[in-house]
Design a protein around this ligand. Structure first.
Ligand SMILES: N[C@@H](CCC(=O)N[C@@H](CS)C(=O)NCC(=O)O)C(=O)O
Length: 228
């Protein structure tokens, strides 16, 4: 059976679990405590999660995992067959992974939210380690966000950027049920997990709430890919 090594709150890990649910592939979750992050290098050379183990082979990075799963379990498909939609699917996925992700993180680690997410991050550690992680993690994450750049923006500027992203998404969804037409693709799952993460903060929920068609698209994607 496939093993999914994950941090529960990671939206990249949620992307992979949603793909597995959509494809109805049984899997086992291995929750990695944040304090054990160093051990990840044994199966993920970047020391990042998600990673999966399948038939004795390790695959890391949600994009590589998505394409591997598509190859191994082609039905139902997630990557469009035609070249042009395939190219667009890649662009949407990269938008989600390399831009939207950092806005999602910005919202989670706002001063008023960072205690909650520090606790969530430390959830699989115990005792003093758990306490230390919950208190030290915000500083470490904010350091990453600061280097990347979104962390240096004010809350108001970041929310205005997010509103612009939502506007683009909303326009795209005016003519079709999903991002690349009438069927769910990897583009939808990739973009969904980042907005779903934003929706888990009061600030994100408020701004997403202004876009009715985005909310109904999120409901559709959630229903199709939720294992619960
Ligand atoms: N491009 C990677 C990004 C994965 C990633 O950044 N994962 C984060 C968790 S959300 C991580 O493992 N961070 C630990 C670290 O940077 O050391 C993917 O799509 O899988």
């Amino acid at each position: 059976m496939i093993k999914l090594y994950q941090f529960e709150i990671s939206t990249y890990c949620q992307k992979v679990s949603r793909i597995l649910h959509w494809k109805r592939v049984p899997y086992e979750v291995v929750e990695v405590p944040v304090s054990k992050s160093r051990s990840i290098r044994a199966y993920s050379p970047t020391s990042k999660l998600p990673a999966i183990e399948h038939n004795g082979k390790y695959i890391y990075d949600s994009t590589n995992i998505a394409h591997y799963l598509e190859e191994q379990f082609p039905n139902p498909s997630l990557v469009p067959a035609e070249r042009e939609r395939q190219a667009l699917c890649h662009v949407y996925e990269d938008w989600a992974d390399e831009s939207l992700y950092f806005y999602m993180m910005k919202l989670r680690w706002l001063p008023q939210n960072k205690r909650e997410w520090g606790n969530a991050l430390a959830n699989y550690d115990r005792g003093i380690v758990r306490f230390l992680i919950s208190r030290l993690a915000p500083k470490a994450v904010l350091g990453i966000l600061d280097k990347q750049g979104v962390g240096r923006k004010s809350e108001a500027v970041a929310l205005e950027d997010i509103r612009r992203h939502l506007n683009a998404l909303s326009i795209t969804l005016e003519k079709s049920s999903f991002l690349l037409g009438d069927e769910l693709t990897l583009a939808d799952i990739s973009v969904f997990v980042q907005f779903d993460g934003m929706n888990g903060t009061a600030e994100g929920k408020e701004v997403i709430g202004r876009y009715e068609n985005v909310k109904s698209w999120m409901k559709r994607v959630r229903q199709l890919t939720d294992g619960k």
